[in-house]
Design a binder for this molecule. Structure first.
Ligand code: PAF
Length: 282
């Protein structure tokens, strides 16, 4: 595997490649990332990945400084897995040599709901860096995990609306044995928090099961699940049933018709904010 740190080196390595499959990451790689890279191999060749903790997608009081940076370990994991041909690991100065004043603004009604309501600059930062990474790597396909459900939808729509010649592939959420969705932020949890962490997934399962069993007051389910998690020591940002197609709340008629839905959640333990989601009726 070649490790490159500059855009020029990256372009030199990838010159003439027309079937690049790309997996952008912020590093601190775990099994779920490696699984995205394995999947990328089915869709293109060579596989390129990036590791860049993108300051634009962190708010002023968020965990940019604490975000785990483990490049040496990450390189070892990638070398062992043997799926990646080039790792692009730029510095902040390489990605943003001048202030990034041109930004991609996700649409209202999609970028400012759910995660966007709690992290107002997040999707602008994500969309801007992903567009920039796509411009550097020029992939034919890119693979993203469904754990970041709203991110996946925004990137898909960005590609469609800017006519970017990149096919976006979704990878199912990879979970630990106890159901916890794999995430780099899981490393920030204390032992006690790690024990509690699967409760978010358990609540989402229960919410989905109640809806699928015919309970049609979804707001009541959301309220009760929020109360349960808060009582267990979490601070819930949202637990919400949404339509898969646009992440808006379903109407009662759509619930009765079993429109494809997703139940999404975001909640804080003391040391980390976790997100997760489950699709159903699709
Ligand atoms: O999902 C992530 O790890 C990041 O949001 C991404 C897509 C690599 C952009 O920084």
């Amino acid at each position: 595997m070649k490790v490159v740190h500059t855009i020029q080196e990256l372009r030199d390595q990838l010159q003439g490649q027309l079937r690049i499959a790309f997996v952008p990451t912020m590093g601190n790689l775990h099994e779920a990332h490696l699984s995205l890279m394995k999947m990328a191999r089915q869709y293109g060749d060579p596989v390129v990945t990036s590791i860049f903790v993108n300051p634009l997608q962190f708010g002023p009081n968020e965990d940019f400084d604490q975000y785990p940076r483990t490049l040496a370990e990450d390189i070892e994991k990638l070398e062992d897995a043997r799926d990646v041909y080039v790792l692009f690991a730029p510095s902040e100065r390489e990605m943003y040599p001048v202030p990034q004043n041109f930004r991609v603004q996700p649409p209202k009604g999609l970028g400012d709901i759910l995660e966007g309501a709690f992290r107002p600059d997040f999707f602008e930062g994500v969309s801007t860096v992903v567009l920039k990474l796509f411009s550097c790597v020029q992939p034919r396909v890119a693979v993203f995990g469904k754990k970041d459900y709203q991110q996946l939808m925004i990137i898909r729509q960005m590609c469609q609306q800017f006519q970017l010649p990149v096919e976006i592939i979704a990878h199912e959420t990879v979970r630990e044995e106890d159901g916890l969705a794999m995430s780099s932020r899981n490393r920030m949890l204390t032992d006690e928090e790690r024990r509690m962490a699967p409760q978010l997934y358990q609540q989402l399962c229960e919410m989905r099961d109640r809806a699928m069993a015919g309970e049609n007051d979804l707001q009541r389910i959301e309220r009760e699940a929020t109360e349960t998690l808060n009582a267990l020591g979490w601070r819930v940002d949202y637990l919400a049933f949404r339509r898969q197609r646009d992440l808006h709340p379903p109407t009662p008629a759509e619930v009765a018709d079993q429109e494809p839905l997703v139940v999404l959640g975001a909640a804080h333990l003391e040391n980390a904010r976790l997100i997760d989601n489950l699709e159903f009726w699709s």
